[in-house]
Design a protein around this ligand. Structure first.
Ligand SMILES: *Cc1c(COP(=O)(O)O)cnc(C)c1O
Length: 380
């Protein structure tokens, strides 16, 4: 498989036709348990679906192939994947560097869950490699990077942070949710573990919640596999199947997301009612050069400030029609949201707080002229 192109891998890895019936699409193994031929001899190794399920295995094979990793693990949500990784890789007293604009739920997992179990963390502006190096302690076991970030589309140089991680024998974890493996492959840039919320671009249709870890190290994989079963943080067969189905069109969807987002970012940059536009594809974006180096294109997420201030930002969100007012991102339909009062309300008064004039768009794959017309109406 690995010699094929991305779209071929997305469609075929782990997705062989059913050997019994010839069904081109592998079936959904909606079962909790498996008949055994004799005591101690389960067929094909399947015993119980928390431990292993063929539909989840098919997705895990697909995920590993897409990221160029040896192992993929699928979970009930992005946060379930993150939690499993933290419990497998960390112990009390260990220190982690996290981005100072991490996904709000990731910050909450560290600040309100992992911290209670003695894991220490420092939010750092990971865009500056020197700041990351300066924050490393003897107890630093993990460096967590998210790029592009949510909601300000900050860019971190994965290869240069990988050097810092190697120098200090810390694990480099990259949350690749915003880019998707079509646009960026962190393992090839030196990351140890890739994290996904498959709820977003991988699933791609806003109809399923899920998460994933992809890596190549066999020892870490064994530990994660043990924790996935021991903690039970798995996704169900139908959710795994929906995610696999979404993944098959990832490449064509991402290209259209990028086409549309480029047009939207350009349009907003010239609009008098818009303050700042955050899109890594704009050459005014501070991370543009690094993004151009490590990403195939610049993604489907665009954020901007309302020149009229916080009340106007909320009014713009409320006036949009085609852009649906909703949290989440990465689906085929365009979404608009007010991070300060919606997705990032949980990080108010923390280092991750965002300004109240900010609006975030998840640009979908609709006809772009319709999206621009909706923004024109919403901006008034
Ligand atoms: C949504 C998201 C997560 C969390 O994933 P869930 O599937 O919602 O648990 C983690 N990281 C990023 C960047 C996300 O956007």
């Amino acid at each position: 498989m690995s010699s094929h192109g991305f779209d071929t891998i997305a469609i075929h890895a782990g997705q062989d036709p059913d050997p019994r019936t010839g069904a081109v699409i592998p079936p959904i193994y909606q079962t909790s348990t498996y008949a055994q031929d004799a005591v101690g001899s389960p067929r094909l190794g399947y015993e119980y679906s928390r431990s292993a399920n063929p539909t989840r295995d098919a997705l895990q094979t697909q995920l590993a192939a897409l990221e160029g990793g040896r192992h993929g693990l699928a979970f009930a949500s992005g946060l379930a994947a993150e939690d499993t990784l933290l419990r497998a890789a960390l112990k009390p007293g260990d220190h982690v560097i996290i981005p100072d604009d991490a996904y709000g739920g990731t910050y909450r997992l560290f600040a309100r869950v992992a911290a209670r179990w003695g894991v220490e963390f420092t939010p750092v502006h990971t865009t500056h490699t020197d700041a990351v190096r300066a924050a490393v302690r003897p107890s630093t076991r993990m460096i967590w990077v998210e790029t592009p970030t949510n909601p300000l589309l900050g860019i971190t140089d994965i290869a240069s942070i990988a050097q810092v991680a190697r120098d200090h024998e810390a694990l480099l974890v990259v949350d690749n949710t915003f880019a998707s493996p079509y646009l960026q492959q962190p393992l090839a840039l030196g990351a140890d573990v890739v994290v996904h919320s498959t709820t977003k671009y991988l699933g791609g249709h806003s109809d399923v919640v899920g998460g994933a870890l992809v890596l190549s190290d066999d020892a870490i994989e064994a530990d994660l596999r043990f924790h996935q079963n021991a903690m039970g943080s798995i996704n169900g067969p139908f959710d795994a199947w929906l995610t696999s189905r979404g993944i098959k069109t990832l490449g064509v969807r991402m290209d259209r997301h990028c086409d549309n987002a480029e047009r939207v970012a350009d349009y907003l940059s010239h609009h008098p009612k818009v303050g700042r536009v955050y899109y890594p594809g704009l050459d005014t974006h501070p991370g543009h050069e690094v993004a151009a180096k490590q990403m195939r294109r610049f993604g489907g997420m665009v954020s901007f400030t309302a020149a009229g201030g916080p009340a106007e930002a909320e009014a713009i969100c409320n006036r949009a029609e085609l852009f649906i007012l909703a949290e989440s991102l990465g689906g085929i339909e365009s979404l608009i949201e007010h991070p300060g009062r919606m997705t990032h309300a949980s990080v108010a008064n923390s280092p991750l707080e965002v300004t109240a004039d900010l609006i975030r768009l998840s640009v979908g794959i609709e006809t772009v002229d319709d999206l621009l017309a909706d923004l024109e109406r919403a901006l008034g």
